[in-house]
Design a protein around this ligand. Structure first.
Ligand SMILES: Cc1ncc(COP(=O)(O)O)c(C=O)c1O
Length: 381
């Protein structure tokens, strides 16, 4: 029996190699050149006004928080409301800046619940980070409104959201002050590691470009291509980071971008097959998609009783689902907030992400569903 893995990325190998070959032939693999091309293509794809290509989404989350803290003059210990159901880089990014993550609870979409967010707002609250779980917009529209009403910055962790659009066709991202997308190895737009930071505000985008290259105010590519000026006369305005992306990752991204809508459509098809095959099983709760979006479908998630046993039984049948995510307050370093988010905690013990990638066939999905239903039947008998 062939194993069925949670994620297997598909690379268009010849096209990708040809883009990478261009970098090698030109002798330019670093910042600039393909990174600029990719940023421009990304802006065309999403219609977002600014895009800065980075080494990862984690870098983007940190840079966004760092910049807001400095520009808005937030103090150490100021608070950012965030979710306990996420990959830890969302929450580590708050700590990198000596700010305090305040956890709000999640809703039926496994995204932040606006009512819980509102209840967590204090005098020290400066921002909210919303994670679009699996590409879902959840109640993002309400969170946008809340942030505007309360004058809070909204940071969208859109790591899963490449290709998620509102029902009117507009790509998500523009409603937040900063949106951060991940192109890590198994995301919908896979490279090896990279990400895109999209600010709404042009000045912030400009600052981010300096900060991601050690604070230097002229990047190496501009210095190489510009004529006649004193190229070595750059200045350093602040202590920056080495967070920028490179042309090899951008070359991979440029090819993947051409296929992502088509790939996401197939992900939605797979999700419909799962929906259809699991809909009559009352012991499985399928995590719904918000009605106002066309999701990227990075994940297909369900909730079941006795999750760990279900996972082990599936593994024995060569089916390898995943868990996104464990409640971050169950980790030692976020244990100060343990018990504050009962919905997230309950979900954390029950959720499963079923295999979802574009190499899976209808037959594969049928195999996963049959095994899952038999396992649940067996465990409850
Ligand atoms: C929700 C979420 N946020 C942030 C990240 C970080 O992305 P990257 O690996 O590109 O740093 C990930 C990646 O797994 C993620 O799933």
């Amino acid at each position: 029996m062939e194993p069925i893995q949670l994620f297997v990325p598909t690379f268009r190998i010849e096209e990708t190699l040809s883009e990478i070959r261009e970098c090698l032939e030109k002798g330019w693999t670093g910042l600039g050149y393909k990174t600029i091309e990719f940023e421009n293509e990304w802006k065309t794809f999403t219609d977002l006004p600014h895009a800065h290509f980075l080494g990862s989404a984690t870098f983007g989350l940190h840079l966004a928080i760092h910049l807001f803290k400095h520009v808005e003059e937030w103090a150490d210990g100021d608070e950012i409301i965030t979710t306990p159901l996420t990959f830890v880089s969302t929450n580590h990014s708050i700590l990198y800046e000596n700010l305090k993550p305040v956890f709000a609870d999640t809703d039926e979409y496994l995204c932040l619940d606006p009512v819980s967010v509102e209840n967590r707002i204090t005098e020290k609250t400066r921002a909210v980070i919303f994670v679009g779980m699996g590409g879902n917009t959840g109640q993002l529209a309400q969170i946008v409104k809340l942030c505007r009403d309360k004058n809070l910055k909204l940071i969208l962790d859109a790591a899963h959201m490449t290709g998620t659009r509102w029902k009117n066709g507009v790509h998500i991202g523009g409603e937040a002050d900063a949106s951060i997308f991940s192109f890590q190895a198994v995301k919908n737009l896979p490279t090896a590691d990279s990400g895109m930071l999209c600010f709404r505000n042009e000045a912030m985008d400009k600052e981010a470009r300096k900060l991601s290259w050690m604070g230097i105010n002229k990047d190496t590519f501009s210095r190489t291509t510009e004529q006649g000026t004193y190229k070595w006369h750059y200045d350093i305005e602040y202590e920056g980071f080495k967070y920028h992306g490179n042309s090899i990752m951008a070359a991979m991204g440029l090819v993947a971008l051409q296929y992502v809508d088509q790939d996401n459509a197939y992900r939605r098809q797979i999700s419909e097959w799962y929906d259809e095959m699991l809909k009559n099983e009352p012991r499985i709760r399928r995590i719904p998609m918000a009605p106002d979006c066309m999701p990227s479908r990075h994940l297909y998630q369900i909730e079941v009783d006795r999750r760990d046993e279900v996972m082990l039984a599936l593994n024995q049948q060569q089916i390898y689902p995943g868990v996104h995510y464990r409640d971050n307050t169950s980790y030692k370093m976020y244990a100060f907030a343990k018990g504050t988010c009962p919905n997230a905690h309950r979900a954390s013990d029950r959720i499963i992400s079923l295999p979802l990638h574009i190499r899976l066939s209808y037959k594969d999905i049928a195999r996963v569903c049959t095994s899952l239903k038999q396992t649940i039947q067996h465990l409850s008998s």
